[in-house]
Design a binder for this molecule. Structure first.
Ligand code: IMP
Ligand code: ZN
Length: 338
């Protein structure tokens, strides 16, 4: 649908070192893995059409997450998919990946939020042990369907697992449900515990909630598709970096087409933007493709693309030393690229 770029643009973007700051674990699965797991689990055949479909609306996307969640209920499977997802990002020359996932209490499967997260962290370790060069950190997501107690449990878990590579908390899920007051106390507590915060906002037009989120001042925002003039002004003056996911916004119809995407006005205004995939599996994309789509649609030069990828380092939830290491990697690769 939005795969409009030249081979040369895609090849340049594939070779470019990249930073991924907005990727949902269960949205980044290979189609082949979903099908294999669905067969193994003998998934209800009436649900298979959601897996087979190429392009999906927002409600079909959330139906597909329901299907994926039915087949990723096993700790060993979570470890496997985490490793695969990291390897796929590494193959796309993503050198730092901030992966996010929603810890799930599924007691019928012997799974708690903690055991879920530990299985994911094991996948990160396995990828590393297998020689994967991508630096990885984890964000724990609060799903908008969750109540205040579940949100707080995720925050406490994130705080306890900071030494294992959990760096922050995300708020995500179906943007048409839930209310800010439910999660605000947990998110405020996360900040006090030293966790970094990135919140999905304005995926649909919800001005009152978007204002509450902007007033809260998270470290980063995701999407910001539907703003009125006042919100846009508050957003620009906040200077809060925003993760932008072109294919995701277009496929889920938050934005009508690439040329209507808010990337360009944000970029032109000098607002910090980071190109990301959101759900590379569900939307059949990669970070290289997202950069190539942006290059093609917005006439970005190779210099712009280098700057975009390098500036993303500043917005990662990493220590000063880790950022320094990434900057050095970028400098070496840029000088080596001629
Ligand atoms: P998980 O957290 O690893 O299970 O990844 C899938 C979950 O990420 C979904 O169930 C949603 O809660 C969230 N998610 C993925 N894509 C989107 C999106 O486009 N908008 C809001 N939430 C999303
Ligand atoms: Zn997202």
């Amino acid at each position: 649908m939005c795969d409009q770029y030249t081979e040369e643009q895609l090849s340049f973007c594939t070779n470019l070192p990249k930073i991924e700051l907005h990727a949902h674990l269960n949205g980044s699965l290979r189609d082949q893995t979903i099908k294999e797991l669905a067969d193994m689990r003998k998934l209800d055949p009436t649900l298979c059409h959601v897996v087979e479909k190429g392009e999906r609306t927002l409600s079909e996307v959330f139906q597909l997450f329901g299907v994926i969640h039915q087949v990723t209920t096993d700790h060993a499977i979570l470890t496997r998919i985490t490793q695969e997802v990291i390897e796929d990002f590494a193959a796309d020359n993503v050198q730092y990946l901030e992966l996010r996932t929603t810890p799930k209490d599924r007691l019928e499967h012997g799974m708690t939020k903690r055991s879920y997260t530990e299985a994911v962290l094991q996948g990160v370790q396995k990828a590393k042990a297998g020689g994967c060069p991508t630096m990885v950190r984890l964000l724990l997501s609060i799903d908008r369907r969750e109540d205040a107690a579940a949100a707080m449990a995720t925050v406490m878990l994130a705080a306890e697992l900071q030494a294992e590579g959990v760096v922050g908390v995300d708020l995500s899920g179906n943007p048409t449900i839930g209310s800010w007051d439910t999660w605000a106390p947990a998110l405020g507590h996360a900040r006090k515990l030293g966790l970094r915060l990135t919140l999905h906002a304005a995926e649909v037009y919800a001005p009152a909630e978007t204002k509450q989120i902007l007033d809260f001042r998270p470290d980063r925002l995701g999407h910001m598709c539907c703003l009125d003039i006042d919100l846009e002004q508050q957003f620009f003056s906040s200077c809060i970096p925003v993760e932008l996911c072109l294919s995701s916004n277009i496929i889920t119809e938050s934005v009508a087409s690439v040329s209507d995407h808010h990337f360009l006005p944000f970029f032109r205004a000098g607002h910090p933007v980071i190109l990301c995939t959101d759900d590379s599996g569900v939307f059949h994309t990669s970070l290289s493709k997202e950069y190539a789509i942006a290059a093609h649609a917005f006439g970005l030069s190779q210099r712009d693309l280098w700057q975009l990828s390098e500036q993303a380092i500043e917005h990662a939830f990493l220590s000063a030393d880790d950022k320094h290491e990434l900057r050095q990697r970028w400098a070496e690769q840029r000088s080596g690229s001629g």
